[in-house]
Design a protein around this ligand. Sequence first.
Ligand code: NDP
Length: 249
Amino acid sequence: MIHYDFSGQAAIVTGGTRGIGRAIAESFLAAGARVIATYVGNETAAAAFREANRAHAERLDVRKCDVTDYGQTEALFKALEQSCPAGIDILVNNSGIRRDSILGMMKPEDWRAVLDVNLNGTFNMTKLAVLAMMRKRYGRIVNITSPCAHFGFPGQANYAASKAGQIGLTRSVSKEVATRGITVNCVSPGFIGTDLIKDLPDKLRQQYLDQIPLKRFGNVDEVAACVLFLASKEAAYVTGTVLEVTGGL
Ligand code: NDP
């Protein structure tokens, strides 16, 4: 693993208690950051994450916060003004859901739910983070998108639209805040073995594997390593971009 030094910095990782988010949160902890890991409802995963990282308890804050609810995200940032008086340095918008179905069969509530978590959640958190980061004239925002944004896998119109929306938001905001020392980028993981894709039928799983030049799914640490790079001081000249972590897909 590449060793960055994030000591003295504070990082929020949404959906940071399991899957890719957990690996990102644990990588930041290992690199010395103070970490605020959020989740929405899976108390078992949150407790297991907290327990596994007991050694870093003084730098770890696990908070329940629904990113779709602007009031809850505002309350989170308000609370962090007390617990992180030096301000937030890093935001990773990692929370995400899928509700797959072909468009003709897609329930309007499934369309809205996916857009709400993946895109509106990114807006809520990014808006508040940008306001806080502008005050300290420093910040790193990393949005976790997906190759689906440009491939548009069938059955994922809602997911693809939300992930493409994140890329558009990233590019616009990166230009708005560039002179304030804030960078905004995306990491786009390919197929990564987490709960999110555990329901993929075997046949489809094999079809996807056949298309990946590296002939394997990625792992969460390979995504976390790329997020840490974009969140580092060393990545100061990288903004408005999408880093693909897809095995060449
Ligand atoms: P998981 O399903 O393993 O974890 C999703 C996380 O998001 C959980 O921590 C969950 O919280 C949180 N979450 C869901 N809804 C909300 C909400 N309303 N408010 C706050 N948090 C919420 O997903 P992955 O780790 O696989 O995915 C992480 C990100 O990576 C997502 O954005 C996903 O789209 C993206 N991605 C994943 C790929 C993959 O192959 N796995 C490929 C490409 C992109 P809780 O634990 O409480 O449910």
